[in-house]
Ligand binder design. Structure first.
Ligand code: 6R9
Length: 684
């Protein structure tokens, strides 16, 4: 691909850096004197404040400063998205921006050809930015690696060549099961370079769940590692992969990244070392891909035990993530951006890999946990790398609040200019703590609402022009329309509560569920018709059009911003030979947002041995991952069921959250809940 095509739209350098910095330093000076008491007192003062307007220094230099942009985009959203897409490098221009002939199977930028790795790497290197650092990688034990755009391009092109030599071609699925190391980015980009479809599985999931996802997606190659580090310990990964993956028919090759250096078994003819194939390979050129060619599948939890293979495509996804990343994070060429998510989640895909690289910014990538080697590690990294934009989740903010300001106070956070939040509703107190303690009351906080399905941020505040209301995500970004609909009538609610819906297609939307178009249709397009996307969240809209997301309306639990399905956890529990039945519900939790509570009936009695409890927990950890282990398991003789045999989960949630149970007359046996309540209160 040549350097022709539209001029690349890279962020400008910030104008008033010096002025801004001095203001920030003043506040951080105060921030260093933070105590729990001073913070408590300040938050109490701020709790009454409904709106937080952007600091003037920020607005003056904002990427989006035109308050009319939303209105202009709304007048012709298709033209607006075409304008955004033209900032990318296309090898063949599109013929039609939006094809909605076969709704809900929408197509964007039809006829266009584009390569994602070309846009994320080659384009910047050709523009002379090869020496710019793409990632400052920080390991758990304090190691650092700086990877420039030129280096990332070289590694990616070589690994793409290696994948081709291993028999991977356009449309083939490649599984990626790696910790937060630079190779995860190389592996993803290498797939996009040759049109292979990646299927990244979060490193915190068990090898068993990886095997399941590899099987259902028909992955040909899996890229994994010898072992992973977590909080000072090394966990073997490859032996676990072998144990669960050995029998998978379509899986032809396993590529192993040497990460911890532990000794691992390699199967002759099937397993190869990443560094060896990269060294031996010829670099591959980026292959122009159809705009609608599948880019990746990412499994996400739905209402049933079977995870949904959410499928994104090439041109629309890249347009959505690059546009929203630039606008929401107010990108400047000298930014240092840090997103604390894991690459295995959609936040990592869109806002650690594709958005930041498409925009050519420098990111910090951290391998470890927020409390290892110490509870101030993020703030230390922000200070050391002079991070300007930081993006994390409410659950992490609440954990930091609990750990105390003493872990923040020693660090100079005056480089920060903007803070982001994602994954679940952020409660106003956590918002205010973030704003006051981390942002020094000088950084806009953007609460970004979106989903694996939406691919990119949909609702938030434009940081240079919109006031933020703590607890509300804000309003739809330009080019999007979002509605709150009455659950009974489907009518639009202009002020009040209802179900969130998106009545118009957008470029980075999912295109289907992998090999399951019927489920795609029935999950998202049945409730309000074939052109209105059913989100699955309930929300309130206020008189200013600000949206306050309440939570999921399906059986999806959100633990620390991670989506898990109740059915998935239940199946893992009932797999235990002594378990007869299980019902899993979410309980509100101060730290993790929601926590998992499992009600379990055993074959033969309600009093399990400690071994059974441990085995149930181990089964959940093995099938799904440690994060899905129930916070509490209540053993019971019976579960509350309707006469038709449906478990009444509402009652189980009420018991767990200590609410009044209300009407229980529809139950087949109303005494069941009284016994359950007693067992709950007794801590059984
Ligand atoms: C990006 C991501 C999606 C679900 C979504 C909603 C919840 C995400 C939120 C939020 C309130 C926010 N959610 N961001 N709720 N405010 N800012 O998290 O994707 O893992 O697919 O989860 O998360 O319930 O429907 P995903």
């Amino acid at each position: 691909m040549g350097p022709s095509g539209p001029e690349q739209r890279l962020p400008r350098r910030s104008r008033s850096g010096g002025e801004w910095r001095s203001t920030c330093e003043m506040t951080t000076q105060n921030a260093r004197e933070l105590t729990e008491e001073s913070v408590e007192a300040r938050l109490a003062e701020l709790l009454g404040q409904e709106r937080f307007t952007p600091p003037a220094e920020f607005s003056d230099d904002a990427e989006i400063s035109d308050p009319q942009l939303r209105a202009r985009a709304a007048a012709d959203p298709v033209a607006y998205w075409a304008e955004q897409a033209s900032g990318l490098r296309w090898s063949t221009p599109w013929e039609r921006v939006l094809d909605d002939d076969d709704a809900p199977f929408f197509r964007w930028f039809e006829g266009g050809r584009i390569n994602v790795s070309d846009n994320c790497l080659d384009r910047h290197v050709e523009a002379g930015l090869g020496d710019r650092v793409a990632y400052h990688w920080h390991g758990e034990e304090g190691e650092t690696r700086d990877i420039t755009y030129a280096e990332l391009l070289d590694r990616t092109a070589r690994f793409a060549g290696a994948l081709k030599e291993l028999g991977v071609g356009q449309g083939d699925v490649v599984g990626i099961y790696l910790p937060m190391i630079p190779e995860v980015v190389v592996a993803m980009l290498a797939c996009t370079r040759i049109g292979a479809v990646h299927n990244v599985v979060f490193g915190g999931f068990s090898a068993g769940s990886v095997a399941e996802r590899m099987e259902v997606s028909g992955a040909k190659v899996l890229v994994t590692t010898d072992g992973a580090r977590r909080k000072g310990k090394t966990a073997p990964v490859k032996p676990e992969v072998d144990r669960t993956m050995g029998q998978l028919a379509p899986l032809e090759k396993i590529v192993v990244v040497r990460n911890t250096g532990i000794d691992v078994p390699m199967t002759e003819g099937r397993d190869v070392w990443f560094d060896e194939v990269v060294a031996a390979a010829e670099p591959a050129a980026p292959e122009p891909m159809d705009a609608e060619a599948p880019l990746f599948i990412l499994y996400s939890s739905g209402s049933t035990a079977k995870p949904k293979g959410i499928q994104h495509t090439t041109g629309g996804y890249l347009t959505g993530v690059s546009t929203t990343h630039r606008q929401v994070f107010d990108l400047k060429a000298d930014d240092v951006y840090f997103c604390s998510a894991d690459v295995g989640w959609i936040t990592g895909h869109s806002y650690i890999v594709y958005g930041p690289l498409a925009n050519g910014v420098t990111s910090v990538m951290y391998e470890g946990a927020p409390d290892y080697p110490h509870k101030g590690i993020w703030w230390q990294l922000i200070e050391q790398r002079k991070v300007t934009k930081f993006y994390t989740a409410p659950t992490a903010i609440r954990a930091c609040m609990k750990w105390g300001v003493e872990h923040v106070a020693p660090h100079d956070l005056s480089s920060l200019k903007l803070l982001g939040s994602v994954g679940e509703p952020i409660n106003p107190k956590a918002w205010l703590w973030y704003w006051h303690v981390i942002g020094g009351e000088n950084c806009p906080v953007v609460d970004t609402w979106w989903q694996t399905e939406t691919g990119a941020i949909v609702i938030t505040t434009l940081p240079g022009i919109d006031a933020a209301k703590p607890g509300s995500a804000g309003t739809p970004l330009p080019g999007y329309e979002v509605q709150v609909l009455d659950p009974e009538t489907g009518e639009q609610v202009t002020e009040g509560e209802g179900l969130l819906a998106i009545p118009r297609p957008w470029p980075s939307m999912l295109r289907t569920l992998y090999q399951d178009p019927d489920r795609y249709r029935s999950t998202y397009w049945n409730r309000f018709g074939e052109s209105t996307y059913f989100v699955g969240d309930s929300a309130r809209i206020d008189g200013d059009g600000y949206i306050w997301v309440i939570g999921r309306v399906d059986d999806v639990i959100n633990v620390s911003g991670h989506r898990l399905s109740t059915a998935e956890v239940e199946s893992a529990i009932v797999a235990h030979p002594q378990v007869a039945e299980s019902a899993v519900v979410a309980k509100a939790d101060d730290l993790t947002g929601q926590a998992i509570v499992a009600y379990v009936t055993l074959q033969g009695g309600t009093d399990p041995s400690d071994a059974v409890v441990a085995e149930i927990n181990a089964a959940v950890a093995d099938r799904i991952g440690k994060l899905a282990r129930p916070k509490r398991i209540v053993f019971t003789q019976d579960l509350p069921k309707t006469r038709s045999g449906k478990i009444m989960r509402r009652l189980l949630r009420d018991i767990a959250e200590g609410r009044d149970l209300g009407d229980t007359t529809t139950l087949a046996d109303p005494t069941v809940v009284d016994t359950l309540k007693d067992r709950w209160d007794a801590g059984a």
